[in-house]
Design a protein around this ligand. Structure first.
Ligand SMILES: [Ca+2]
Ligand SMILES: [Ca+2]
Length: 219
């Protein structure tokens, strides 16, 4: 009886191992290749090199296998005459379900000053469960959110500007009048949208941090 049970256990292991090998084989047969178009807003230059001599129009992610992570570095130059916060988004995924299997992420410094060149690392991770996708494409959009930490416009970033943001702390954008309100309204409501430096429709610690970062600067 014991012997029979041991044979059954051994057989189960054999079945499980075969299943894993088969699945892996199928997954590794799924080859993914793609080229991403790179679109930029005016004032944002995207280059392959830190000297900004070779412009990036598209990114060839090459052949990727399930479970693979690929990194592509580019350099972004602020060609505006204002500092901006860089934001990368992806659109036009084809096929549409490709975005469920492919995770696009990126990292860059929070703020890009005038004429500054920053390194942007873009990462594409392919889910290890990806099957049935042989080709995909998506577009990467680079945008800059312009910020003006000198909120009261007196030419210097100081405690007065921080005070404006602090007073509006926790207020949210109201579609009806385009102003920022607390819920319930405080005695200083409504607040100016100028305090929402990162334009995320709420005034919070991120906005204070942006003013603090430029503290003492004369603009
Ligand atoms: Ca000021
Ligand atoms: Ca904000």
């Amino acid at each position: 009886m014991e012997r029979k049970e041991s044979i059954a256990v051994v057989l189960m292991f054999v079945v499980v191992i075969l299943a894993i090998v088969t699945v892996n084989f199928v997954l590794f047969e799924t080859i993914i290749s793609n080229v991403s178009a790179v679109e930029t807003a005016i004032g944002i230059g995207v280059y392959w090199d830190v000297n900004c001599s070779s412009r990036v129009d598209s990114i060839d992610w090459g052949v990727l296998y399930p479970g693979e992570v690929k990194e592509v570095r580019v350099y972004v130059r602020n060609e505006l005459n204002e500092s901006f916060i860089l934001v990368l988004t992806t659109v036009n995924w084809n096929p549409e379900n490709a975005s469920r299997h492919l995770d696009f992420s990126w990292s860059a410094p929070a703020l890009v000053k005038v004429s500054e060149v920053v390194e942007v690392i873009q990462v594409l991770s392919v889910s290890s469960h990806t099957i049935g996708i042989s080709d995909f494409s998506f577009d990467i959009i680079l945008e800059g959110i312009v910020i003006t930490p000198d909120i009261n416009g007196d030419g210097i970033v100081n405690i007065m500007d921080i005070a404006i943001v602090a007073q509006a702390y926790g207020a949210k954008y109201n579609e009806t009048d385009g102003m920022y309100w607390h819920d319930p309204p405080c005695k200083y409501c409504p607040h100016t949208g100028d305090a929402d430096l990162n334009s995320d429709e709420k005034i919070d610690i991120r906005d204070i941090a942006l003013v603090a970062k430029h503290y003492g600067e004369e603009l």
